[in-house]
Design a protein around this ligand. Structure first.
Ligand code: ADP
Ligand code: MG
Ligand code: MG
Ligand code: MG
Ligand code: MG
Length: 442
């Protein structure tokens, strides 16, 4: 515990905070806000602030719409930027029903519930995300484009573009908000960037991802740019992912490390990998939740296509970074930044824990480049593919009891319903590709 209620009130007073944003996430990972003047802060910290849950996508019907926000004092930060309303701060909240029980449809609660399962087995779940995004120009009318003025490529040092200075300010703003930035660099695509912050316990990391996206968007806008976390904004160039680096600790020690193993990995780690591989297809519906996500999961751009793991290369679903000891971790490479971080971490943990509880042995690692393998080679190694579309992923989700249970009935049902509708709408749309291919030919 970082702050008590009293600490928060004292800090708000000391820094002259005038407005406090009470933040929470809907099931799609979109941040919602209830803003209160600082005079209401005490009431908020006593869990007395109500909001209309029926106004939030995927929450509840009107008849049961009175819900309470319970701010988590540890998430208190003062925004380093100033607006017309003076100094502003925020608190991330849990959502409770009118009767005082936690709301099953609150993604933060879903993650907490799964973290409890890990805790029962003695584990803490640690995650470090790598968030990629594009910075695009807006046109004269302020509309978003997919144009970038940047010709810099991977790790380019020259400050050739607006993006570079925007990213610098993002980093310094994140630092002021308490983030420990480990790296920030230009990515492979023109206008594509990555900012990495230090891993933390999964709940803090999920909160951090929400804050991170907010900061990136706000600062981009300040520089006249549009930041997008869309997985594949432009055909033919690298997509944006959100690799999740994961480890478990037990009694403060890394539980994935075993110096006596040839690869330096523990049985717990192998079982965790086994669980992820077993549930990979269903998890994908959550880690890659939009139609566009599947345009990133294709060969040739370092995004995974096949369900395999490797300690060597960057083409499979799971890579084991070289570091051992306390840094021993596995990197899940499928998630993209449109996933709800609370739900993505919840399902990844549930899959891994299923592997541990049921002693699931993973298939052997694949150290050759799987992008270069043909269908027969993949089949002979028993390597399956990730779902190729949102529809396939949803079909897999429907079949996986472990992942359904991890989400809980409310989130599972609402998510599936909304995503089926999204797919059905996309399915009947006539795309530019089809017109280019067929209009003149037939
Ligand atoms: P990559 O080599 O894939 O580009 P990065 O250096 O960009 O990796 O990011 C690595 C991420 O892994 C960082 O967020 C880092 O804090 C995190 N990380 C390091 N050690 C651990 C650990 N033991 N458990 C979980 N995450 C970790
Ligand atoms: Mg990286
Ligand atoms: Mg890196
Ligand atoms: Mg990257
Ligand atoms: Mg990575």
């Amino acid at each position: 515990k970082k702050y008590s209620k009293e600490d928060v009130l004292k800090l708000a007073n000391e820094y002259g905070v005038e407005y406090v944003h009470l933040q929470f996430s809907d099931i799609f990972g979109v941040m919602k806000n209830v803003s209160i003047p600082v005079e209401e802060l005490n009431k908020a910290l006593n869990n007395e602030i109500m909001f209309d849950g029926s106004s939030i996508d995927g929450f509840v019907r009107i008849e049961e719409s009175d819900m309470y926000l319970r701010p988590d004092p540890d998430t208190f930060v003062i925004f380093p930027w100033r607006t017309n309303s003076g100094v502003e701060a925020r608190l991330i909240c849990d959502i409770y029903n009118y009767d005082g029980t936690p709301f099953e449809g609150d993604p933060r609660y879903v993650l907490k519930r799964n973290l409890e399962e890990a805790k029962k087995l003695g584990y803490q779940f640690n995650v470090g995300p790598e968030c990629e995004f594009y910075l695009f120009l807006t046109d004269e009318k302020g509309n978003f484009t997919t144009v970038t003025q940047d010709n810099a490529s991977y790790f380019d040092m020259a400050p050739v573009d607006l993006g570079e200075s925007a990213r610098k300010e993002m980093v310094s703003t994140l630092k002021q908000l308490g983030f420990q930035i480990e790296a920030s660099h230009h990515e492979v695509g023109p206008g594509q960037h990555e900012i990495d912050f230090k891993y933390d316990d999964a709940l803090t990391t999920a909160d951090n991802v929400m804050t991170f996206k907010m900061v990136v968007r706000i600062i981009a806008q300040k520089h006249g740019l549009h930041a997008t976390f869309m997985p594949k904004p432009v055909f033919g160039i690298a997509g944006s992912g959100m690799h999740m680096n994961m480890s478990l600790t037990k009694d403060g020690k890394n539980a994935f490390y075993d110096p006596s193993d040839p690869l330096g990995l523990s049985k717990v780690c192998y079982n965790y990998i086994g669980g992820i591989i077993k549930h990979a297809k269903a998890m994908t519906a959550i880690t890659n939740p939009i139609v566009n996500s599947y345009k990133r999961l294709v060969s040739g751009y370092e995004a995974p296509v096949n369900i395999a793991w490797s300690a060597r290369n960057r083409s499979p679903l799971i890579r084991i970074p070289a570091k051992r000891g306390e840094s021993t971790r596995i990197e899940l490479r499928s998630p993209d930044p449109t996933s709800n971080p609370y739900l993505a971490l919840a399902v990844a943990l549930a899959a891994g824990l299923d592997g541990i509880k049921n002693n699931i042995t993973p298939p052997p690692p694949v150290n050759a480049n799987i992008y270069h393998m043909n269908k027969e080679e993949l089949e002979s190694l028993g390597i399956e593919r990730l779902p190729g579309s949102l529809e396939e992923a949803l079909n897999e989700l429907e079949k996986d009891e472990v992942i359904k249970k991890a989400l809980g009935n409310h989130v599972y049902t609402k998510f599936l319903e909304a995503k089926r509708a999204e797919w059905d709408e996309y399915k009947i749309y006539v795309t530019q590709w089809e017109l280019d291919q067929y209009l003149s030919k037939f």
